[in-house]
Design a binder for this molecule. Structure first.
Ligand SMILES: N[C@@H](CCC(=O)N[C@@H](CS)C(=O)NCC(=O)O)C(=O)O
Length: 250
């Protein structure tokens, strides 16, 4: 029996939260349909149907969603958990799934949700211009204190993995020598805060993390995806560039 296709229901036009899902499917080398790319008319049919709940699946609150056969799920980390487990990208020991999930949740907290909140600190329904002062203040605080905490954490996690604490064998990935879906990419944060990330790189404090970032981008299937026209450019969405927010720590 053939498996039904994996279908991503998400906006088209930016990588956004949908990108975490695209990347895991690309890394696994499995085909998928990105319904947003079919145009809003087609994608909107699903979105409207799923708003009410559909075929045993509860209504969703916000995209992205994944449809796989009769199952329709939302919440990015939940989708990653499902795919990571099916596509064998969640470590080698049975309990690794929960370890990988903790890493992925931490990555999504610090390098996605907090980055998003820098440009929309007051309300997602307001334009950036309507919360510009707060956004600049939030960005300064993020770059000064939260970003270093998160970068320190990832450096520590990679050091621990390189010493063999997280997996059966030491290695360059977060779970040692086994690549998993938690192997984050700093890409979006680098896009939003290029000066702060350049400063972090130059500091020499995050050698393992920046090597890891390069190694993720160099994985053959990821590299080929990033070079393809399927990869969308940052613009609006979670990762945005505002020159006023692009600050460095004092
Ligand atoms: N925690 C959710 C957040 C989902 C989310 O905020 N999605 C955005 C697009 S990336 C959205 O549609 N937001 C509309 C809203 O929250 O009302 C996840 O990780 O999937």
């Amino acid at each position: 029996m053939t498996s039904p296709p994996y279908e991503i229901v998400y906006y088209h036009g930016v990588p956004g939260r949908g990108e975490h899902i695209r990347l895991i499917l690309e890394e696994a080398g499995v085909p998928y349909n990105d319904l947003g790319a079919l145009g809003w008319e087609k994608c909107g049919e699903y979105v409207n149907a799923y708003l009410k709940g559909h075929g045993g699946n509860p209504p969703y609150f916000a995209m992205p969603m994944l449809k796989h056969g009769d199952l329709i799920i939302n919440q990015t980390p939940n989708i990653l958990l499902y795919l990571g487990s099916r596509l064998k990208l969640c470590g080698s020991a049975p309990d690794d799934l929960y370890r990988v999930n903790a890493l992925a949740l931490t990555a999504l907290d610090g390098l996605s949700n907090e980055v998003h909140d820098c440009h929309h600190p007051i309300a997602i329904a307001l334009y950036w211009e309507d919360q510009k002062e707060e956004s600049m203040r939030r960005s300064k605080e993020f770059v000064k204190s939260r970003l270093p905490q998160h970068l320190d954490y990832w450096e520590r996690a990679l050091k621990s993995a390189s010493e063999g604490s997280h997996g059966p064998n030491p290695g360059p990935w977060l779970m040692g020598d086994t690549f998993t879906y938690a192997d984050l990419c700093l890409d979006g944060t680098t896009f939003a805060f290029p000066k702060a990330l350049a400063q972090a790189k130059e500091s020499g404090k995050y050698k393992l993390l920046f090597q890891h970032y390069d190694a993720v981008k160099a994985r053959p299937k990821i590299a080929s995806y990033l070079a393809s026209d399927k990869r969308q450019k940052y613009d609006w969405g979670v990762y945005r560039y505002y020159p006023d927010n692009d600050v460095v720590a004092d």
